[in-house]
Design a protein around this ligand. Structure first.
Ligand SMILES: [Ca+2]
Ligand SMILES: [Ca+2]
Ligand SMILES: [Ca+2]
Length: 221
């Protein structure tokens, strides 16, 4: 049964609206060895857009009945991540509008179903802005089998290093579902800011459909 709180479809990502935070896709420094995230190439020290991956072909009979999340694509990089419902920084930049739209960040649960990780290394990013002292728990729900293993990790943008920091939280199990929790509570060493959930296949050959759900617990005022 589909939980009633899940947002069907994924129409929040308007044309050109999947970027945020004033950062545009590809305009980030390369890693120390010239490395960039999948979908980007290092040129003169900057990761630039690579050609769109062409591997998302679900026309084979083994994918019969699988969903289509192409209305969220491309979201294969933190810069292109979909901001989760009530997970944007409106609470900081437009508090009155935000309060009307999202009156509470306490035990706020939402998510998306009918998502898919395509073959050939396709991946999906989702973003959430955490204030100081908040916690978000992610559930990535899928049915495990051979070549159907979905993994997840959480990234953040490190303002000091001006670089992406991965493995804030990881979910690399070899069974059904991944559960990840991120806290910005005192002692967590996680600052307030944008956090990015990455959902991907265990190997480039792994593909599956999945649901992502999250529960946000805001800092009590
Ligand atoms: Ca996808
Ligand atoms: Ca994607
Ligand atoms: Ca897994």
């Amino acid at each position: 049964m589909k939980p009633s709180w899940i947002i069907l479809g994924a129409g929040l990502c308007l044309l050109g609206g999947c970027t945020h935070n004033g950062v545009t896709g590809g305009n980030v420094p390369c890693g120390p060895e010239g490395d960039c995230l999948p979908g980007y190439l290092c040129k003169t020290g900057i990761c630039v857009d690579a050609p769109e991956p062409t591997g998302c072909d679900l026309s084979g009979p083994e994918y019969l009945g699988w969903p289509d999340d192409s209305d969220l694509e491309p979201n294969d990089h933190p810069n292109l991540a979909l901001a989760l419902p009530c997970g944007d920084d409106g609470v900081v930049t437009h508090p009155a509008d935000y309060a009307a739209r999202c009156p509470t960040r306490q035990n706020y649960t939402n998510g998306y179903m009918n998502l898919v990780i395509c073959p050939d290394g396709e991946q999906d990013f989702f973003a959430i802005y955490l204030l100081d002292g908040e916690t978000v728990s992610f559930s990535v729900l899928y049915q495990y089998s051979y070549t159907r293993d979905v993994d997840a990790r959480v990234w953040r943008w490190d303002e000091d290093l001006r670089d992406w920091s991965d493995d804030v939280a990881v979910g690399l199990s070899t069974n059904d579902n991944e559960q990840l929790t991120v806290s910005t509570a005192t002692g967590s060493q996680n600052p307030p800011g944008w956090y990015y959930l990455q959902v991907f296949g265990k190997t480039p050959e792994d593909a599956n459909f999945y649901t992502v759900a999250f529960t946000l617990n805001g800092s009590p005022n």
